[in-house]
Structures are given as structure tokens and as C-alpha cells.
Ligand binder design. Structure first.
Ligand code: PLP
Length: 435
């Protein structure tokens, strides 16, 4: 395979990055200094004409591949008909709601269409408080649910809350099932889900008796693709049901086929009372949804929950086409097959290189945890940064995430093929060998 090194960033990227630094706040920065120009399926082209294999999916968004012709066509046609009409129903919005309900577990019989992931988790938090009449929510270390105040207040990463003053009261935090770095120093399966059993003790000490719900991601993407062991979510569901708590699963990142099923909760046959959906639903068009049970949504009266662009016909038409493409191209199946293949190939790299502490994930939501060495497991964020820059120079676009900033994101669009996975592995092999 011919892997050629290019100048990254190129001159046009440098020029635009300087303009960005002059007119945009630094908090917008990303980690590979290139300016994207256009993209097609799994390929990105920057403004200097460099081509990259996309292993970010634009942060797990473009599930059907960049600018899928049918997706583009549906958006073009809808843009010429009707783009927004606030909360008046449209055929596209109503049809999308029906299609979504048809794909969800039976108890989730309503969807509330919104625009961003944070809006969906924010809406879930508001509804829980109204419905349950209780105001505390149990969340997990490392959790990320968005950046507005409600979701920020249940963020288990202090960076999300740092120096923003008091969060919305009621967030209670417990360790997530981060087995690679278990805070209880236990090993799965011998631990028998000690981290779930320990929740009672945490709630006893931290709750004022006003706990109404538990919110969790099925795997923690932002914290570094931390996948709890099989059975954890089911165990958590049992724990919540036994205590009369509602369960909210934040599938903003994991939905729409990303893990190899339409929703990640299908892997464990879990039935939360609310599920937050985002990113892949629009596959590039801003869209999100909160799915829930009608008995719960009924606690909100007409006009109490609305959003100017939520469920707009443009986003709804785009999402309907995304659903068609997912089904017709069997993309969840491809995510499952290619995910298993990539994880196997990442495992080979892990055996070969001392700095890859862990390679993990489900479907096409994978991560590689970079450490100083396998024994100490000390997080190596600067090495991870060198790896993503090195990979970009050889034509592979990845990103760096994680509680410690040391996890390489391996999350291509769900349309990826085996030979493209092989190319990515060959590039990573070369970069790791050089570092
Ligand atoms: N929830 C999860 C699990 C996420 O990964 C994200 C974004 O990364 C969000 C919520 C917030 O979504 P948005 O950035 O669309 O507001």
C-alpha cells in the first residue's frame, strides 16, 4: 500500500487557521490543524487538496457517509419546499416520529424532535423532574451529556463544569464501569458488578431523599470510549427499577446503528423510560430526539416544551432519508462486521506497541488508550496528540478524546469497507513505529 507523507497543515489551511484564531474563540479549536473543504463517503479533502480517510465521522455524526447522494438530494428537495414552520406539524415531522417509534422498544411510544444532543438531554432532565416530582439525578464519573446547564450539571468530567460556578443542584455521581481503571481495584467478572452494588452506599451518603432518575450513556464516548462489560447496563436497569427510579439512556452518540444495532440498548434488551438520540439521526443535518413513554411525556402541557428549529421539515426529511439508507444498505450490520474486524486489527497493534494500553469498543465506536507503558498505565496525552498528527500526515483523520485526553478515536462512517480499514491500520502501524 502506498502511504505518502504530506505537508499538514498546507498553506491554505495555515491562512484560514490564522483567520480563525483572529475571529473565533479558541474554545472552538480542534486537534488536527487542517481546514476541511469537502467530503465524500469516508473521504475528507482539505482546502489544500489533501485527502484523508475519515476515522472521526465528524465526531460520530456522518453515519451514512459524507454527502450521501440520496441524503443530499432529499435535503435539496426539501429546502426548495419548506424549511421551517416552528411547531406546526409537517408530513416530514409526523412521518419521522412514526418511523422512529417503530424502531424503538415498545414502551417508548413518543418522540420529541429537537436540534442538538444537549437539547435532548436537557429535555429529559426537565421532564424527569416534573414527572417524578423529584429533583436529584444519579450520573456517572466521566459522563458527558452536552454543554448547556442541565446536562453540564450531570457531567462527570470536572472539565465540563470547571469555573462555571454552581451547577444545577441535584447531580449525584458514582464511578462508571471503567474496567481498565477500576476505582474499586476489582476485575470483571469476579467483581460481580460491585460498581452497581456500591450505588446504594453512594446514594445513602449523597442523596437528600429526592432521587428521581439515573442517566447514563451505554458507553462513554467523550470519556474515551469506555465500554462497560456486558451485563452492566442490565444490572443498572434492575437496580433502578427496584428502587423506583427512572432510567434515561443518552444515546446521542451511540444511536442510529453506530454500535451495530439501531440503539445500543438493544444489545442488552434494556427498557429505559427515556432515550436521547442525536448525531447520526441527521448524519450532518442538525437534529436530535428525545424518545419516551407517553405516560411520562403527558406531564408536559401543550406549549411547555417547544424549540424553534426542533423537528423542522428540512432536518426531518434528512433524517427520514438517513433511516432509509441505514435500512437499505444494512449499515448497522456493516458497523458490526467492520467494527469486529477493526477491533481485531487494533488488538494486533496493541500486542506490538507498548504505548497502546487498551483497544476497545463496540461496532464503529472504538478507541485506543495511549499510555506510557502497559504496566503503569500512566495516561500519555502528548503521545496521543503526536499519533493523531502523524496519522493525518499519512492521510488518516482521527481525534483524541478521553478523561485524560489520551484515547484515539476510531470511528469511521458506517459505510467503511475492509480495504479502507486495512489502510487505516497500515497508517497507524507506521505512525506507532515512528513514535
Ligand atoms: N450526549 C452525548 C453522549 C454526546 O456524546 C454528546 C456530544 O458529543 C452530547 C450529548 C451533546 O450533543 P450536542 O453536541 O449535539 O449538543
Amino acid at each position: 500500500m502506498n502511504i505518502v507523507k504530506r505537508q499538514v497543515p498546507g498553506p491554505r489551511s495555515v491562512e484560514l487557521l490564522a483567520k480563525s484564531a483572529r475571529f473565533e474563540p479558541p474554545c472552538m479549536s480542534d486537534q488536527v490543524p487542517v481546514v476541511w473543504d469537502h467530503a465524500e463517503d469516508v473521504w475528507i479533502y482539505d482546502v489544500d487538496g489533501n485527502k484523508y480517510l475519515d476515522f472521526t465521522s465528524g465526531v460520530l455524526v456522518t453515519n451514512v457517509g459524507h454527502s450521501h447522494p440520496r441524503h443530499v438530494d432529499a435535503i435539496r428537495r426539501q429546502a426548495g419546499r419548506l424549511m421551517n414552520c416552528y411547531s406546526f406539524p409537517t408530513p416530514e415531522r409526523v412521518e419521522l416520529s412514526e418511523r422512529l417509534v417503530g424502531k424503538l422498544p415498545q414502551n417508548l411510544d413518543r418522540v420529541f424532535l429537537l436540534t442538538t444532543g444537549a437539547e435532548a438531554t436537557e429535555a429529559a432532565i426537565r421532564i424527569v423532574k416534573r414527572y417524578a416530582g423529584k429533583h436529584e439525578i444519579l450520573a456517572f464519573f466521566g459522563a458527558f451529556h452536552g454543554r448547556t446547564y442541565g446536562p453540564m450539571s450531570v457531567a462527570g468530567n470536572a472539565n465540563t463544569r470547571r469555573k462555571f460556578g454552581p451547577a444545577v443542584p441535584g447531580g449525584i455521581f458514582a464511578p462508571f464501569a471503567y474496567c481498565y481503571r477500576c476505582v474499586y481495584d476489582k476485575t470483571y467478572p469476579d467483581c460481580e458488578f460491585h460498581c452497581v452494588k456500591a450505588l446504594d452506599r453512594i446514594v445513602e451518603s449523597a442523596s437528600s431523599g429526592d432521587l428521581g432518575a439515573v442517566i447514563t450513556e451505554p458507553y462513554q464516548g467523550g470519556a474515551g470510549f469506555i465500554n462497560p462489560p456486558q451485563g452492566w447496563l442490565k444490572e443498572l436497569e434492575k437496580w433502578a427499577v427496584d428502587r423506583g427510579l427512572l432510567l434515561i439512556v443518552d444515546e446521542v452518540q451511540s444511536s442510529f446503528g453506530r454500535t451495530g444495532k439501531f440503539l445500543a440498548i438493544e444489545w442488552e434488551d434494556v427498557h429505559p423510560q427515556m432515550v436521547c438520540i442525536g448525531k447520526g439521526i441527521g448524519s450532518g443535518m442538525p437534529a436530535s430526539a428525545l424518545a419516551g413513554e407517553s405516560r411520562i411525556f403527558d406531564c408536559m402541557k401543550p406549549g411547555e416544551m417547544s424549540s424553534t428549529t426542533g423537528g423542522n421539515p428540512l432536518a426531518s426529511a434528512a433524517a427520514l432519508t438517513v433511516m432509509d439508507i441505514l435500512e437499505e444498505q444494512k449499515l448497522p450490520d456493516n458497523a458490526r462486521a467492520m467494527g469486529a474486524y477493526l477491533l481485531h486489527r487494533l488488538g494486533e497493534l496493541q500486542l506490538k506497541f507498548e504505548c497502546i494500553g487498551d483497544a476497545r469498543g463496540m461496532g464503529l465506536a472504538l478507541g485506543m488508550e495511549i499510555v506510557e507503558n502497559k504496566k503503569t498505565k500512566k495516561p500519555a496525552a502528548s503521545t496521543a496528540q503526536s499519533i493523531i498528527l502523524g496519522a493525518a500526515r499519512y492521510g488518516l483523520m482521527t481525534g483524541r478524546v478521553g478523561f485524560y485526553g489520551n484515547v484515539i478515536r476510531v470511528a469511521p462512517p458506517l459505510t467503511i469497507r475492509e480495504q479502507e480499514c486495512d489502510l487505516a491500520i497500515a497508517i497507524l502501524d507506521k505512525v506507532f513505529s515512528e513514535i
